[in-house]
Ligand binder design. Structure first.
Ligand code: SAJ
Length: 413
């Protein structure tokens, strides 16, 4: 049987490649001709371990091809972006246009699966858009729809596609069963069925759970600072209780899942989702709080020495040991320092990249620097990402003023 995967991004392309690897005939579809050309050439336009091999061998074997327009297929998997708008409400326009685009290809008995993380009701909306475009098929009522939200961790996608349990919500129990059969070709974990809305909500709840718990840790770090206790010690001690498991504070929450998905729940129940909303606000406000701490240190340096401080920021990625800078609080903090401290020198360190991202290029007061050089030159060292490469540098850094947003150097204090 044949499958078309709409959207060849961080989720769609790995899914297309692994289905092809299991012997299915897979068509990838993407609106970006560059992505289509890259895939047809057997290459991957972003970094994900092992994915390159999967794509190369399946394109070479003729099982994986890509086009801009959707082909006919037995099953469609939609994996397009679901960002939020300025007012924090979900933007489902990519899902809607994917539906309108594939509608002309349908003959009536296809299975259409939405994988994008989506607000409650999005799978029903996808069905509605397709049925509006194809009144003939709406009348027949034989199309099947499912929601199978992705849950893979960037950097481990090829492994987690196989090993993670998967929630599969069907428009009918038969639709869910048919989707289970498809995912069974590569997923070795449990495939648990439900209806589409419950599946949508479960995925959003997973990421909101993490966001709320990180907000709790971030709020604690600000309270601890006010009260004059060490938050890392408080958390370590509290976590000795058998039913307490507090997460780690940081400079804010990055990536494009955990900082987005909770807003979909807030938008769906604005009056009721109060903890979820305030968790988002706390995590979003954390970078500003870190910048205020840096300003206070900078003021002290200025008072003591009469000159503007040199500030080293360690880490630009959104979490440790990756090169992913998307929605990264570390990047935003470094950019804000460069904007606000025009007289200072900012030395930024990111061992996983070779040159600064476009947003940070061409600034007189900012340069990408090797970590020892940066610490040597700095008055203030700000640790923003707990990369393994920084683990042993605590004693050296504490010869200077330190703001350790991750607690990686708590034992060197
Ligand atoms: N963070 C903290 N303190 C912590 C843990 C994380 O500040 O104790 C920060 C990280 O530094 C990072 C952000 O939170 O900036 C998010 O990182 P993460 O590792 O928690 O999650 P993501 O965004 O890489 O991936 C999440 C995962 N979801 C859950 O763990 C519930 C992943 O399984 C999902 O597939 C992914 O979102 C997604 O695509 O939705």
């Amino acid at each position: 049987s044949s499958v078309a995967v709409i959207g060849l991004g961080y989720i769609g392309l790995p899914t297309a490649a692994i289905l092809a690897d299991k012997g299915l005939r897979v068509h990838g579809v993407d609106v970006n001709p560059k992505t289509v050309d890259a895939v047809n050439a057997g290459s991957v336009p972003f970094v994900e371990p092992e994915l390159g091999d999967y794509v190369a061998r399946n394109v070479a074997a003729g099982r994986l091809t890509a086009t801009v327009e959707p082909p006919t297929a037995d099953a469609y998997i939609v994996a397009v972006p679901t960002p939020f708008l300025e007012n924090k409400t979900p933007d489902v326009s990519y899902i809607e246009s994917a539906g309108r685009n594939l509608a002309p290809q349908l003959s009536g008995d296809e299975l259409i699966i939405l994988e994008s993380t989506s607000p409650p009701g999005a799978t029903e909306r996808l069905a509605e858009v397709i049925h509006e475009a194809r009144p003939d098929l709406a009348e027949a009522g034989t199309l099947q729809f499912a929601h199978a939200p992705e849950r893979v961790l960037p950097g481990q996608v090829m492994r987690e596609l196989v090993t993670n349990d998967r929630i599969i919500g069907g428009s009918t129990p038969e639709a869910a069963e048919r989707a289970v059969e498809l995912y069974r070709t590569f997923c070795e974990a449990e495939l648990v069925t439900t209806d589409t809305r419950t599946a949508e909500m479960s995925k959003l709840v997973e990421n909101s759970f993490r966001d709320v718990n990180i907000a709790f840790a971030n709020e604690l770090s600000m309270i601890a600072d006010e009260i004059g206790v060490d938050v890392w010690e408080v958390i370590a001690l509290a976590n000795r209780h058998p039913r307490v498991n507090i997460l780690q504070p940081g400079p804010g929450v990055g990536g494009h899942c955990i900082a987005v998905d909770p807003w979909f729940i807030v938008a769906a129940a604005p009056e009721t989702a109060t903890i979820i909303r305030s968790a988002r606000e706390i995590n979003d406000s954390k970078p500003e709080w870190v910048i205020r701490q840096i300003k206070a240190e900078a003021f002290d340096v200025q008072q003591e020495t009469g000159r503007t401080p040199v500030i080293a920021t360690l880490g630009l990625a959104f979490k440790p040991n990756i090169d992913d800078l998307r929605e990264s609080p570390a990047l935003n903090i470094t950019e804000a320092l460069s904007d606000q401290f025009t007289q200072s020198k900012i030395l930024t360190v990111e061992p996983h990249i070779e040159k600064l991202p476009p947003r940070l290029q061409g600034r007189d007061n900012l340069e990408l620097c090797e970590v020892h050089e940066a610490i040597d030159a700095a008055d203030i060292v700000v640790l923003l990402v707990d990369h393994a490469a920084f683990a042993d540098l605590g004693p050296k850094a504490y010869e200077k003023r330190v703001i350790d947003t991750r607690g990686q150097w708590r034992d060197s204090k």
